[in-house]
Unconditional design. Sequence first.
Length: 566
Amino acid sequence: MNRQDRLHHIQQTTTVSVLIIGGGVNGIGTFRDLALQGVDVLLVDRADFCSGASAASSHMAHGGIRYLENGEFRLVREAVEERNRLIKNAPHYVRPLPTVIPIFKWLSGAFNAPLKFLGLLDKPSERGAAIIKMGLLMYDAYTGSERTVPRHEFLLRDAALKRYPQLNSEIVSIAEYYDGLIRSPERLCIELIADAEAASPTAHAVNYVSVVGAAGDHVRLQDELSGETFDIQPQLVINAAGPWIDFANQAMGQQSDLIGGTKGSHLVLNHPELRAAIGDHEFFFENSDGRIVLICPLEDRVLIGTSDIRIDNPDEARCTEEEIDYFLSMTARVFPSITVNRSHIVFTFSGVRPLPAANAKSTGQISRDHSIEVMEPSATVNFPVLNLVGGKWTTFRAFAEQTADRVLQRLAKSRQMTTADQPIGGGKAYPTTPAARAAWIERASETTGLTNAQLDQLFQRYGTLAATIGADIAANRADGAAEPLQHLPSYLQGEIRYLARTEKVVHLDDFILRRSSLAMLGMVTKPLLEELSRLLGAVLGWSAEEQQAEVDRTVAQLAAQHRVHL
C-alpha cells in the first residue's frame, strides 16, 4: 500500500483506537508494540520518521554508567538489559562496542560523588580510578549471567600506552568495558515500522502529516504534501513528539509545560589517523570542564560528541561554531599528538533531548529516565492524551512496552505477546558466525543470481533483508536493477528503487539521511544527488522539474542543517 492509498484508507475509516503523534523511536516502538497486540493504531509525523531527536543520537546503545552518580539505579539496570536485547534482536545494526575510559587520577571524586548523589553538589571533581572501578563493578553486575558483553578490565599506564600508543602519556590507567554501537538508528526505526505494518493490517504509519487542531472527539490532521486536512476520531492519543510535545499539545488546544530539552551536537570526521588511533573502540571520557564526551568509530569515519545546552525551540537546534571549537579541542585531552581541524569535518548534526522540565542546577543533573504524563479528557477534547516524556534510545522498547500496557488497560484489552525477544527487520534469522554468514551469502547468491560481493554489500547494509532486496533486484534485472550507480558503484539501481517503493520515501533527503547513511558519512556529491533523484523519481512519479526541485531542496538542507556544502 503506497502513501496515497494509506491516506485514503485512513480518511475513509475515520476512527482509530490509538493515534500516535511523533515518529521518533519512542512513538515507533509503541506503534510496533500495539500493532503486535492487534490494536488498530495510526502513527503520524509532521516530517519524516526518525528525523528529529531520534536522528541526533550519539549512536550508542548504553546503560548510562554516569547515571549511577545521580542515583538512577533503576534506569541503569533497565538500560543495560535493553542494550543486551538490542544486540540480540538487531545484530545487523547493533553490536557490542568496546569502550575505553582514560583515567588521569587515582582517588579524585571519592568524596564528591556521594555529595552529587545526595543532590548537594552539581558538578563533581574529576572522577578517579577508584570511583570508576566502583561504577563498573555495579555495571557488570547488572548484566548478570547473560554475558552478552564481556566484563570490564583495568590497564595500568604502560600497558595502556602499549595498546594505544597515541594516548595521552599523563594517564595513570584506563578502564575498558563494553556498551553497544547503533550503526544506523534511522534504518532501525524504518524496519520497526515495517515489522509493525506487516504484523497488522490495522496499523498504519504516515510521514509528513501534522496535527493542526482538535475538538471534542476529533483530531484534525494535515497532509503536508497536499495541504489537505481531514479528521480522525481516536479513543486516545499518545503524544510522542519528543522535544515538540508541548507544541503538539498546543496544536490540540491543550496547554502543557512538560519538556525542558537540552541540545546535543556532534561532528563526523574523515580523519584516518584518529580513526586508526581509536581502532574499533569508543573513547568515553570527562573533558576538563566536567562534561562527559566521546570519540567513537562510525564505519571508516569518527563521530565526536556531545554538548548538553538548554534550548527553548527545538526547530532552532544547529551545531554552532562554539560547539565545533569545543569538539576539536577536546581530542587533545586524550590524543595530544593528533591534529584535528575543520577540514576533517564531513557532517554535523544537532538535536534536542526530550528531557522533563526541571530546575536542576546543571543539565547533567536532569534525569534521563522516562515517564508517561497523562492528560485526562477536558472541556476541549473528549479523549485522554498520554505524553511520553524523556527516555533514551537504548530503552525505547521498555518504554514502549510500559506505554502499550497502559493503553491496553484503558482499552480493556490483554497483551498477546512481548517484544522482549522479538527480532527487528534484518535481524531475523541472522547468521552469527563468519562461517554461517558466508553460507548465508552463498545461498542467497544461488537464489538471486547476484554475485557474492553484491550480496555481501547488501547484507552489511540490511542484514537478512538482503535476501528480499536481492530477489527483487533479480526479478527486475531486465530493467537494469543489478547495475551499479554511476556515481556510487557500491549501490545498485534496483536497491534504490526497492527502498523508494517499500520504505515510505517522500523526499530525496529522506533517502540520503535516513534510508541510508550516505550524507552522514560524507559520501554525497551533486552528481550523486541528481542520479538518485532520477531513480527515486522514476518510482515516485516525479517530473523532471520535481527531480531538480528535490536536488535543490536537499542541497539547501545539507548546507543549513549539517554544514555540508556541495
